[in-house]
Design a binder for this molecule. Structure first.
Ligand code: C5P
Length: 256
């Protein structure tokens, strides 16, 4: 009888371990990609998410929506409580490449130089950061997700298993931003964009909470001289080993 009980306990234990290992393997994978403005993060992160069939979270779009909403409401951007109260009531939906703010497609409106240059006080607002970070975490719940921003690997998803810091020289970044804007029909001059970008870099770096920092366990990718395709390939090389394996040291080749 004792032996039977022991066998049953052993069997149950082995099943339990099996189920736990299985759950661990299929666990949500968050790929956190951070880096400075204009490093081509959004485009590359979106492309790698498509390639891996992961969902994509553009957190910069959320800060942009908050800024646009505050500007439209005529709220003083430095009035932290009023801005936070306004942001709490926003309905921000990210659907593919489209961004909806309270039911309106603001995909282009949030990317104008006027919005870009006024994000600073909104991104500095601790209450806003807390609210947006909370939305980002619940958005990512139970999904395989590529998330992109400044603070994803450090503050929002510090336990993300795969973290990447994507960067490039400021000149290269400004040049790319001008091209990106003109492809969208938005006129922009290089010196102006470079100035604006340097200012944003300084603002993003000095921010005490959610500032631009490379997480200690992030892999750095410098994209100067690389084509978009090369950047995405490099991201894939970094991310692939994490898919379905607990650590890159014990890789399974999941490429078909
Ligand atoms: O990524 P993108 O350039 O669209 O972000 C716009 C601005 O939003 C950044 O310059 C930064 O100030 C802010 N931001 C942030 N934290 C994030 C994403 C963006 O503070 N996670």
């Amino acid at each position: 009888m004792g032996t039977c009980r022991e066998k049953f306990l052993n069997w149950s234990l082995s099943r339990l371990i099996y189920v736990q290992v299985w759950l661990w393997l299929v666990e949500q994978l968050v790929v956190a990609i951070d880096g400075p403005a204009g490093a081509g993060k959004s485009t590359a992160a979106r492309m790698i998410a498509d390639r891996l069939q992961f969902d994509f979270l553009d957190t910069g779009a959320m800060y942009r929506c908050a800024t646009l909403a505050a500007l439209r409401a005529g709220v003083e951007l430095t009035d932290q409580s009023s801005v936070a109260e306004l942001v709490r009531q926003l309905d921000i939906q990210l659907e593919g490449r489209n961004v909806w703010l309270n039911g309106e497609d603001v995909s282009l409106a949030i990317r104008t130089p006027s919005v870009s240059s006024q994000i600073g006080p909104i991104a500095d607002n601790m209450q806003v950061r807390r609210q947006l970070s909370q939305w980002q975490r619940s958005w990512a719940q139970d999904r395989h997700v590529v998330t992109e921003g400044r603070d994803q690997g450090t503050e929002v998803f510090p336990d993300a298993r795969c973290k990447i810091f994507l960067t490039a020289s400021s000149e290269e970044r400004a040049r790319r931003r001008v091209q990106e804007l003109s492809a969208q029909g938005i006129e922009a001059d290089y010196p102006g964009i470079l100035d604006q970008q340097n200012q944003r870099d300084r603002d993003d770096a000095r921010r005490e909470f959610g500032g631009l920092r490379k997480a200690a366990d992030a892999v750095e990718v410098v994209t100067d001289g690389m084509t978009l395709e090369q950047v995405v390939d490099r991201l894939e090389t970094i991310i692939r080993p994490w898919i379905s394996t607990p650590s890159p040291e014990c890789q399974l080749d999941v490429r078909s």
